[in-house]
Design a protein around this ligand. Sequence first.
Ligand code: NAD
Ligand code: IPM
Ligand code: MN
Length: 369
Amino acid sequence: MTSNRKLMVMPGDGIGPEVINETLRLVDWLAKHRSLNFDIIERDVGGKSYDLHGTPLTDEALADALGCDAVLFGAVGGPQYDDLDFEVKPERGLLTLRKELDLFANLRPAIVFPPLVEASSLKPDIVKGLDIMILRELTGGVYFAEPRGIEALPDGTKKGYDTNLYTTPEIERIGRVAFDLSRKRNGKVTSVEKANVMLSGVLWREVMTELHKNEGDDIKLEHMFADNCAMQLVRAPKQFDVIVCDNLFGDMLSDCAAMLTGSLGMLPSASLGAPNKDGLRKAMYEPVHGSAPDITGKGIANPLAQVLSFTMMLRYSFDHSEEADLIEDAVSDALSSGARTPDLGGGSKKVSTSEMMDLVMKSMNQNSV
Ligand code: NAD
Ligand code: IPM
Ligand code: MN
């Protein structure tokens, strides 16, 4: 008998707990109907952790996360924390987890579910059938590089600065993930930087070109400047298969890609580390969206980005693609029924967070008999 999978759940702030609670209904369902069992531990993170423990991530919570097979993460942040010192802001809890677990590869798939073609702010023929993968480098670049600071200048003004920095191995390891992903998809990688103005971008392009020559001649590699990529994403997104880019460009391009799918509330993500000698890797699964303070407590958050992050976990950490398919089909059924949380617009029936999940669970029950 295999031992239970150890799952760390970190709901966080704002709508994080709302969408996590609904997603955990899937854990109960899988235990009951599929004998697929998870041992769950829950820990505070972000503003909630700061309020209770004075830090957005305690050492104990970090150690517990390191000891789990996967982390399911909600969202952190909120306006009440805006004036906190930089080092104790809620977002720092998330960034520390990414860094300490060495989750360098962030997979952000943008897939348009057929019933949501009309929900996109773009014309239907531009987004219909869209299935692209944004691969964001997650532990380097301007998010972490030193030096950074705010310093006083002699004239009484200040300077604020950050550093963007990538090394050859950092670029190579994310490039390899891009090539591997595209081999299981349509065999095309678009590497995105601004080599026209940034030296870190010049190195990025050089390393990707060399890696392609040595390890990726079965893949079509193209290079694109990040500003053009943002434009191309809304002009003709289906030209892309895998987009690979640095931490900051990946943050921005993935929010942009979210609107192709109908809502930021639809975009999941998987943050993966390198496999160890047994082939196991650290992993965290989190929606691309944030804590959505404007709708917190109203019961109207779209739970599907969190649900789809859970299905990514079933696929990438636990090799349970059959159950992932079942849940994704149920999401599709729920949307086909015309149900829409308010962020999606359209449809024939406005639903709450829990009503959307009721429909997903109903479809799973029907489809699994
Ligand atoms: P946000 O993603 O929280 O919200 C942007 C807009 O999208 C809002 O109008 C919100 O209502 C809507 N939205 C987001 N998710 C939704 C969902 N599931 N259902 C329906 N509508 C949804 O971004 P923001 O407002 O710029 O940031 C708010 C806070 O969240 C900030 O503190 C920010 O730092 C933090 N944040 C956290 C994460 C994370 O934890 N991974 C990601 C992004 C932002
Ligand atoms: C995301 C978020 C985070 C980021 C913040 C909350 C640190 O915007 O996951 O996209 O910038 O990476
Ligand atoms: Mn973001």
